[in-house]
Each structure stands twice: as structure tokens, then as C-alpha cells.
Design a binder for this molecule. Sequence first.
Ligand SMILES: NC(=O)c1ccc[n+]([C@@H]2O[C@H](COP(=O)([O-])OP(=O)(O)OC[C@H]3O[C@@H](n4cnc5c(N)ncnc54)[C@H](O)[C@@H]3O)[C@@H](O)[C@H]2O)c1
Length: 104
Amino acid sequence: MAETRKIGYAVVGLGVGRSHAKAALHSKNGKLVAVCDLIPEKLEKAKSEYGDILTYTDFDEMLKNPDIEVVSICLPSGMHAEFAVRAMEAGKNVLVEKPVDITV
Ligand SMILES: NC(=O)c1ccc[n+]([C@@H]2O[C@H](COP(=O)([O-])OP(=O)(O)OC[C@H]3O[C@@H](n4cnc5c(N)ncnc54)[C@H](O)[C@@H]3O)[C@@H](O)[C@H]2O)c1
């Protein structure tokens, strides 16, 4: 049987985003490619827990990676819509933590 192609996944925001990263890591159809956070210690911890992944402090830099097809937006409330739009403009699919935004 042909091997299923794995969807390249990334997560921005390593609070609840760690759960998203773990789900991608253990997914049959997904591959955790990268994580992004402003806090270097969180990125170091992610690397030690998730193995061979890329880490970024700059979201827009991460979006340039063509291996990433889906980005989980797990930033603090009020940042979701803006970052989701940036990711979509870079051609990525997005999964957005609730709430989508805090103003209409
Ligand atoms: N914690 C939960 O169980 C939970 C459950 C459901 C929904 N949510 C939602 O998820 C969102 C995140 O919550 P949380 O508890 O994970 O918050 P958190 O503060 O623990 O994590 C947010 C992370 O985003 C990072 N960050 C902030 N600005 C950044 C930027 N510009 N680039 C990269 N990283 C950046 C921070 O350094 C931090 O590590 C919130 O909207 C919350 O409502 C959380």
C-alpha cells in the first residue's frame, strides 16, 4: 500500500499550543515541522521534547518555510485573527484557537 503523504504542520504560541504540537507529532497523517514562540526557553524545551523540528522566534520567517502547510494559531486572545490572516496570505491553512478574536 502506498504511504500516505504527511501534512506539514507548525504551531505558534507554546502554551496550549504544546497540545497542538503533540497532536501533530503523533498524527498518522501529519508531521510536526516547526514551532514558534518569543521565549527561547520554550523553544529549547520543544526541541528536546519533539525531536527533529525547526524553531522560530519570528512568525513571518516561519511562514516562508514551504514545508509548512497548516499553522495552529495558539497566541494570546486578541492576536488570533491578525496572525491567521498573515498565515493565509502566505498560502497556509490555519487552525485557530478560540476565540477567533475579541472584537468584531
Ligand atoms: N490554556 C488552555 O487550556 C486553553 C484552552 C482553550 C483555549 N485557549 C486559548 O488559547 C490561547 C492561548 O492561551 P494560552 O493559555 O496557551 O496562553 P499562553 O500565554 O500560555 O501562551 C501564549 C504563547 O504565545 C507566545 N507569543 C506571544 N506573542 C507571540 C508572537 N508575536 N510570536 C510568537 N509567540 C508569541 C507567548 O510567548 C506564549 O508562550 C488563548 O486565546 C486562550 O483563550 C487556551
